[in-house]
Write a protein that binds this ligand. Sequence first.
Ligand SMILES: *Cc1c(COP(=O)(O)O)cnc(C)c1O
Length: 449
Amino acid sequence: MRRHGYRLPLESTRSVGAVRFVSVNGRSQPVDFTTALLSGLADDGGLYVPEHLPGLPGAWTRATRLAEVGEQVLAPFLESIPRDTLREIIEKAWDFPLPLRTLDDDIHLLELFHGPTLAFKDFGARLMAGVLSHLLEQDERKVTVLVATSGDTGSAVAHGFWNADRIKVFVLYPSGRVSPLQEAQMTTLGGNVHAMEVDGTFDDCQALVKQALTDPQVHSALTLTTANSINPGRLLPQIVFYAWGVIQQTAGDPRIPRAVVPSGNFGNLTAALYAKTMGVPLGRLVAATNANDEVPEYLRTGTFTPAASIPTLSSAMDVGDPSNLARIQHLYDGHVDRIRADVEGVSVSDEETLDEIRNTRNRTGIVIDPHTAVGVRAARRLRSAGETAPFLVAATAHPGKFPDTIERALGEGIPVPESLSKALGKPKQSTPIKADYETWKKLLLADPD
Ligand SMILES: *Cc1c(COP(=O)(O)O)cnc(C)c1O
């Protein structure tokens, strides 16, 4: 028996129906996946989690293609979608490679950064867009997707939903506070993607999105949802890459690997824990953070103390109060000792991050980005402490996205990948707005198409 709250279903109960979704706060009715996808948050304000996690079918390790694994992992959550259609949606969404690359010292990178915005968020954003488009087609609905971003989420969502049928996207970002590359990725697409350049902070952007999501007048005019990482539609697809990584890693090596997840909002680590719970053979997971070490501290002391985020070189992980911790606690019925049995926290400083970019390059010739470097450093630290298991490090971004940090670490630059430099050359299309709800609401409602 598993010790935690999730029931692994018996074979005979598997056909009872699709997995339903419940709120971590426990005060909402269970809903189906479509409802969870279209509301983002439960009506009691809690994050949606699967009511139970289905076991993987016996043959899953024999899958030879990513879309095949994806179909096996995701079908129980998406029972209303025929299997063939589901596989087609996955193939279309993930039309880029997901290789495993070996460093030294039995450390292996799961390269999650070969999608259009060169970061792992492409997996969740693109599959969510594909599934949402398909579901909307069924009942001829249209939906408006809102997302507040400090950079990475917005570019992945903008690209993932670009040209998706029946979906209109508003990306709100703080003016002057995202990198030129990130801004170009969000503002040069056009079409159904509307970039809003907010004269304010990321928190202002988030407040504008939240206010719209809870405004009855807006709701009567539009079907609204959010593509922030709280949406289960972005989280569940991430389970698949851990299953895929383990199939690759264990092909010629029966040892059980440990996955290392560079973490900020802890969505990716939650997905890895779901994979482990569903039966993917993974050892104790490693939650690697930068100086924003609230979760490693929580695992150490048993008390969670949120804090304002500290800026670091791995900026997509600068989160002081990660929203997905609630999902992890729910998975283990709130028992920190059980979480601790499955997750080890490691915090890595900026200085160590720079040193690791150098160290890994010197040892292997491979250049890693600052987020991946946090994960690799965590693996090396545990290796030095005597760990013998293979490490599977989630390589969350392409180094070419962070030319300044790479230059600082290596004393030489790195070419900007072509997909990014192309965006830099295109005209910027964004609407500057004040951080004022009435202005934003007018724009949102102005053009209901
Ligand atoms: C978003 C992001 C992370 C953190 O992922 P979480 O799911 O929020 O923990 C790590 N690395 C990169 C490059 C990211 O964009």
